[in-house]
Design a protein around this ligand. Structure first.
Ligand SMILES: O=C(O)CCC(=O)C(=O)O
Ligand SMILES: [Fe+2]
Length: 273
């Protein structure tokens, strides 16, 4: 005799698999050819967009999930320099080393994302991590040791933006969940290196800050996966225009296990530890 489980209960208990989350017809992540082509493009251009990566249903679920937690987002309204490092008094405040730009987006953290969220299925999936390792040239990818930093959802409502900067981490993995009516454009300058350990490239940075250098914009549609070498390319997100909030998920990994984001960074980005 079989036990009858109500349909809604069955749906609720069904495990979400990677094939439920991503559009596997379009993106076969274990295909060596796909991996190679993605790697080649990332190596050449510093960025790669995989359109229609998420299934439509997943995208809708993620939109709902994100909007449901919007009131819990922590908002930073801070100015910073493009290097995201403390100012250096050896330079004037207007110098590209110190010049301040504005960032005003909101953010929720791993612990605020539901356990059954497709974001978590994707983040912890071994085939997904293997794909990322191949494309990024990493040996292994590990979650953050703290409960906040692995998966974040960013919110940018009308007027909110992310100022020009270089990332601290050598790669970033994002999923656009909702696109605003206008603005919210990801802009970057290819091959514009500039970081403390390498070369500051004050001249190049200044030309971007002054608006005298051509910048590229990334054509992201909701459901796209983006891999980006943000340490080596200056980038920003322009202010959102209109009533539709820009929603973006960030998946963050470490190449070593057991690493937590620094307490000062957690305090700045999340307002708590
Ligand atoms: O919102 C984006 O598309 C990029 C976010 C970003 O650059 C960052 O979080 O450092
Ligand atoms: Fe960034």
């Amino acid at each position: 005799m079989s036990v009858q489980i109500p349909t809604d209960k069955r749906a609720a208990t069904k495990a979400v698999t990677l094939a439920d989350v991503i559009n596997t017809d379009r993106w076969n992540l274990s295909d060596a050819d796909v991996q190679m082509r993605c790697k080649a493009q990332l190596d050449q251009q510093g960025v790669i967009v995989l359109p229609n990566f998420l299934r439509k249903k997943t995208l809708q679920a993620l939109q709902q999930e994100a909007l449901a937690r919007q009131s819990d987002a922590y908002y930073t309204n801070a100015t910073h320099n493009v290097y995201l490092s403390p100012n250096d008094d050896a330079f004037s405040p207007e110098h590209p080393r110190n010049r301040q730009v504005n960032s005003s987006k909101g953010c929720i953290t791993t612990d605020q994302i539901p356990e059954h969220s497709p974001l978590k299925t994707l983040y912890y999936s071994e085939p997904f991590k293997r794909f990322l390792c191949q494309v990024l040239g990493e040996q292994a990818l590990h979650e953050y040791a703290d409960d906040l930093s692995s998966i974040n959802v960013h919110y940018a409502s009308h007027g909110q933006e992310l100022g020009w900067h270089f990332d601290n981490s050598s790669f970033a993995i994002t999923l656009l969940i909702q696109k605003p009516q206008a603005g919210g454009t990801f802009e970057y300058v290819e091959h514009l290196h500039g970081n403390a350990s390498d070369a500051w490239n004050f001249e190049g940075v200044e030309s971007v800050l002054d608006g005298s250098q051509a910048v590229k914009s990334l054509n992201m549609i909701p459901g796209s996966l983006v891999l980006f070498r943000g340490k080596n390319a200056m980038h920003r997100v322009t202010p959102t225009v209109g009533e539709t909030t820009r929603l973006l998920a960030v998946l963050a990994y470490n190449s070593e296990p057991g690493i937590a984001l620094s307490e000062s960074a957690r305090q700045t980005f999340y307002g708590r530890l």
